[in-house]
Design a protein around this ligand. Structure first.
Ligand SMILES: NC(=O)c1ccc[n+]([C@@H]2O[C@H](COP(=O)([O-])OP(=O)(O)OC[C@H]3O[C@@H](n4cnc5c(N)ncnc54)[C@H](O)[C@@H]3O)[C@@H](O)[C@H]2O)c1
Length: 308
C-alpha cells in the first residue's frame, strides 16, 4: 500500500492515487455492493481510480453504466479487480473462492465486514494472505462510536419485526397471528431485549406495526431516553433474569438485540434462559446477534429467524 490520503487530494508524493477495487459479492444471498455511483464520483473526483467488477451492482439494481458515468472502469475478471487494487472494498467477508485473491498483492488493504469470530476458515486465510484487513465493524470514532456497524444495526433492527411478523402468520409457518391485531382482537406482544441501536430500530418498527411492545435493557438511563422518545407507545423494563423470563412467557415475538459478548461476560444464565424459553414456547425469535450461541437448540420447536 502506498499510503492512504485524507480529504480532497491531488496526486502528490504524500497523497498518491489509490486504486480501489470493488468486486462483485459472491457469498450466498448477498446482494449488496460496496460502493454506489455517488461514492465512485467522490473518489474519482479526488484523483483516485475505481475499478468495479462487471455486474457488481446488479443485486442492488445498479447497472455498470451508472458506475462508468461517475468515472469507474468496469473489469470483467475478479482476479484483475483484486490484483490491480491498492485497496479492495467489499461488503462481506471473503469466502473460499476468494481466498487465493487475497494473496495476489501483499501490500493490499482489504476493507469489509469481517465478523471473524464466526469463521475460523476466513481468519486462517487472512493470516496466510498477510495483507492488511480492516473490519468495518471494528472502526471507532474518537467518541468510541461505531460508524460502520451502526447502519447495519439499524437495518437489522428494522427488519426484525417485519421478518418475525411474517413468521407469525400461517403462510410464514406461524400460529396465524396478525401482529397489529384488529378491532376486538389484541395485537401481538413483541419483546425486545436490548435498547441499543438495533433494539431502538426494532422498537420503531414494532410500534409502527401497532404491536404491543416491551423493551428491556440493563441501563436505566437508556430506558429513560427510550421512554422519553416513544412517549408511552411502549413499555420499558429493567432487564433481569426474572424480568426476561416473565416477559417472554407470553410474548408472540422476541427480538434479541444484545451484544453477545456483553451478555456472556455479564449474566449468561439470563440469556440462555430466554433463548430456551423462547424456543420451547415455539415463538418466532428474530435473532439479531451475529454469533448464535445456541445452534443445538435452534429448530427444535420453532426455528429462529436470523437477520442479516
Ligand atoms: N445480524 C445482523 O445483520 C446484525 C447487524 C448489526 C448488529 N447485530 C447484532 O445485534 C446486537 C446488538 O447490536 P447493537 O449495535 O444494537 O448494540 P448496542 O451496543 O447498541 O446495544 C446493546 C444494548 O444491549 C444492552 N444490554 C446489555 N446487556 C443486557 C442485558 N443483559 N439485558 C438487556 N439489555 C442488555 C446494552 O445496555 C445496550 O443498550 C449485536 O450482537 C450485534 O452483533 C446484528
Amino acid at each position: 500500500m502506498r499510503g492512504l490520503p485524507t480529504g480532497a487530494q491531488t496526486h502528490t508524493k504524500e497523497h498518491p492515487t489509490v486504486i480501489i477495487g470493488v468486486p462483485k459479492e459472491i457469498k450466498q444471498d448477498e446482494y449488496h455492493v460496496a460502493i454506489t455511483p455517488a461514492g465512485v464520483r467522490e473518489r474519482t473526483s479526488a484523483g483516485h481510480i475505481v475499478h468495479v467488477e462487471q455486474g457488481a451492482g446488479e443485486g442492488s439494481s445498479i447497472p455498470d453504466a451508472e458506475y462508468v458515468r461517475t468515472g469507474a472502469k468496469i473489469l470483467p475478471d475478479p482476479d484483475e479487480v483484486w490484483g490491480a487494487a491498492d485497496m479492495v472494498l467489499k461488503v462481506k467477508e471473503p469466502v473460499q473462492p476468494e481466498y487465493h485473491r487475497m494473496s495476489l498483492r501483499k501490500d493490499q488493504v482489504l476493507f469489509t465486514y469481517l465478523h471473524l469470530a464466526a469463521s475460523r476458515e476466513c481468519t486462517d486465510a487472512l493470516v496466510a494472505a498477510g495483507n492488511v484487513a480492516i473490519a468495518y465493524e471494528t472502526v471507532r470514532l474518537p467518541d468510541n462510536s461505531l460508524p460502520l456497524l451502526t447502519p447495519m444495526s439499524e437495518v437489522a433492527g428494522r427488519m426484525a419485526p417485519l421478518v418475525a411478523s411474517h413468521h407469525l402468520m400461517r403462510a410464514g409457518g406461524g400460529r396465524g397471528t396478525l401482529v397489529c391485531g384488529v378491532p376486538g382482537v389484541e395485537a401481538a406482544k413483541i419483546v425486545i431485549l436490548g435498547a441499543g441501536v438495533s433494539g431502538m430500530a426494532a422498537a420503531t418498527l414494532a410500534v409502527g406495526l401497532h404491536a404491543s411492545v416491551y423493551i428491556l435493557d440493563k441501563n436505566l438511563e437508556r430506558l429513560r431516553q427510550v421512554d422519553h422518545h416513544f412517549r408511552g407507545a411502549l413499555e420499558t423494563i429493567a432487564s433481569s433474569t426474572h424480568a426476561i423470563e416473565e416477559q417472554c412467557a407470553d410474548a408472540d415475538i422476541v427480538i434479541g438485540a444484545v451484544l453477545v459478548t456483553t451478555i456472556f461476560t455479564g449474566n449468561a444464565s439470563g440469556y440462555v434462559a430466554v433463548a430456551v424459553a423462547v424456543l420451547l414456547l415455539g415463538l418466532p425469535f428474530a435473532f439479531l446477534t451475529g454469533d448464535d450461541p445456541l445452534p443445538r437448540l435452534r429448530g427444535r420447536r420453532a426455528p429462529a429467524a436470523p437477520i442479516g
